[in-house]
Design a protein around this ligand. Structure first.
Ligand code: SME
Length: 170
């Protein structure tokens, strides 16, 4: 394993092209960090640590994995979080149930939002699919309203794919 050099992606007010380039540069760093290792928890932990250190303006970033029909918290960075979320509940449970990325510009306006950290103002949740099977979700919170847009969605979905590819030998 090579420990990737950390990278600071430009913040939400930077030009879209710069933010896109930041995500593009982070992809090979994540791939290099995970290279040769296929363990789910190890790779989720390193993915959470690299992304939280590299993407600015976040207060929580981590994984929920589908276990026994509900989401259970996995490796994360940030304050202690809710452990179990039912499918269809909150932003995470909605992304898991619909298998679609959820971008929520104002969590206070999202009916059923589960507030783990009162500082969170906006959120993006990316479902993690292995073939037809739902593995879980990648959940990212920001203390800034409307922190995530289409650039973040595309960039983070690509990074989630790098994480999923790292598990392939399992
Ligand atoms: N806000 C999430 C719950 C998880 S915490 O943000 C870590 C939700 O509504 O599903």
């Amino acid at each position: 394993m090579t420990v990737a050099q950390q990278l600071w992606i430009p913040g939400m007010h930077a030009a879209a092209a710069e933010r896109r380039a930041g995500y593009a540069a982070l992809r090979p760093m994540l791939a290099s960090l995970l290279a040769g290792e296929h363990d789910l928890i190890a790779n989720a932990a390193n993915t959470a640590a690299l992304l939280f250190a590299s993407v600015p303006e976040l207060n929580w970033l981590g994984f929920y994995f589908l276990k026994g029909g509900e989401l259970v918290v996995g490796p994360f960075q940030g304050k202690p979080a809710c452990v179990r979320i039912a499918l269809g509940k909150g932003v995470c449970g909605t992304a898991a149930a619909t298998r679609a990325t959820m971008v929520v510009p104002d969590v206070h306006a999202f009916a059923g939002h589960i507030a783990c950290d009162a500082a969170s103002r906006s959120e993006i949740v990316i479902p993690l699919l292995r073939g037809d099977a739902l593995l879980g979700v990648l959940d990212i919170d920001s203390p800034l309203p409307a922190r995530f847009d289409e650039v973040d969605r595309a960039g983070l979905e690509e990074l989630a794919r790098v994480f999923l590819c790292s598990l392939e030998a399992n």
